[in-house]
Write a protein that binds this ligand. Sequence first.
Ligand SMILES: [Mn+2]
Length: 293
Amino acid sequence: MSFLRRTYTKKLRGVDIAIVGIPYDLATSDRGGARFGPRALRAASVKIANSIPWPWGFDPTEHLAIIDYGDFGFDFGYPHMIPSEIESQASKVLKSGASMVALGGDHFIALPLLRAYAAQFGKLALVHFDAHSDSAADTTGRISHGTMFYHAVKEGLIDPAYSVQIGIRTHNSDPLGMRWLTADWVHEHSTREVARAIQETVNGRSAYLTFDIDCLDPAFAPGTGTPVVGGLTTAQARGILTKLQTVNFVGMDLVEVSPPYDCAEITALAGATLILDYLCIRASNRASHKARV
Ligand SMILES: [Mn+2]
């Protein structure tokens, strides 16, 4: 089944947002299974399709042309080729004028995606929800789900001065200039204060949203590869996202949903709902833009 019961098609003419699956999990350091994330997110999304999402009060599919592009294809027998294959397939979608929501897959996919987005939009602000900073230093080009944002900074894909990582609760001695709103800080502040801090950091720049489901506490997202206790509740994450309507997002991924470790589709439903919130942000952006014109 497709995401939110959208039409499955490779035709991109007139499309605002293409949902793409990237079933890749060879970069994980612990539990695998995120290659099954796209199908789990699609299945869970059916539960929230064709209804008016709370608290938004409108159906984003009535304001945006959203399709399900299916999954990117690549050959697991040539693992070193996969990053460039993801990048080129993403570039093809972006060049059509459509934006994307990528269904992971492990978090590594964000790096080739950011290469494609930066080629299209220039250096971006990163809004990154995660238990980990994923910016460990790496000078040898390992394909890892723990080093993408180190490379994204060094390659000039993202501007660390306008980038923010939310929900962090593991150590990294060098955040590379990105702002950290740690999980502890989030727990001590309201979702409104967290959203304000994100908006202040992004400061009107075009932004990319990357959401690692392990930002959520394992109680709310057990089905993931590298869970860390002490994370956000689903309600906190939604409370923050629903207050980011004024951020100019150009794309999103939601990664690290690993269905073999999930139970009762808790994790997949959380992920699908967070994506629906993103689609509502994009729809309300468009509505406000139309109103200004
Ligand atoms: Mn991550």
